[in-house]
Write a protein that binds this ligand. Sequence first.
Ligand code: PAF
Length: 294
Amino acid sequence: MTTENSAAILPVLRKSAELRARIAAWRSAGDRIGLVPTMGALHEGHLTLVRRALDAGERAVVSIFVNPTQFAPSEDFSLYPRREAEDVAKLQALGADLVWAPELEEMYPPRFSTYVRVEELTDHLDGPHRPSHFQGVATVVTKLLRQVAPDRAYFGEKDYQQLQVVTRLARDLDLGVEIVGVPTVRDPDGLALSSRNLYLSEDERQRAGILPRVLAETADAAAAGVASLPELLRAARAALTEAGFGPIDYIQICDAETLVPVNALERPARIFVAARLGKTRLIDNMPVGRSNLP
Ligand code: PAF
């Protein structure tokens, strides 16, 4: 929602009881609620999700919580950028209605021992490379969806596997929420916006634009039938290695719904990549058979 709200101070709530009271008041006024789950360090990709909720006339609730259970011990939990004051200022300017920034113990009380695991979809792509990641995501997103009980929740296609996992869990667990996927927002050179782009050095940031270009060219060549998919993917891998990316965890074309890797284009498919540039792990994906870059 916008109007009188945009001038008001944006509330930042940290306790479930306060959140419940606010949501109940909106519900009794007949308001619809849109949730944008984030880990903060907000960029234009996140703000696009918030605008979608506002444009739909929903109370826009943005959660900011760096979720420890989706990081492996070797990953960047402690380094992950935390910029709450800047985030709140951006959301205030946009006219968002509420920031839900729970304390760790609100989310994970002592002796927390219940997790949500989504099968099948997590067998592919990032699943094998980040073994506990999707269990952490599925658990925290289930909790956020239960706490806020939104009509709709918005997720970027940049994390396409996450979007599919969340869509599946919302259906399987009867959460009664519509999951809305929103196309990736990209910089002018095509690099998908990500909070982790902040880790890139100036030189790495220059080179990072090669990743979406290789992805788009490979997707176009696949759609045009220029060569077999394995041949095109081998060439893409070589081009990324040549440009200094590595290790490359995967570059694959997968069924857009099941995420199973395919060797021929019989159903809607997407191309996916995860590759390191220096210390930063970049992921991206695009539909095969559509024009992909800005
Ligand atoms: O995409 C993210 O930022 C996170 O994985 C999410 C969905 C907020 C869960 O922590």
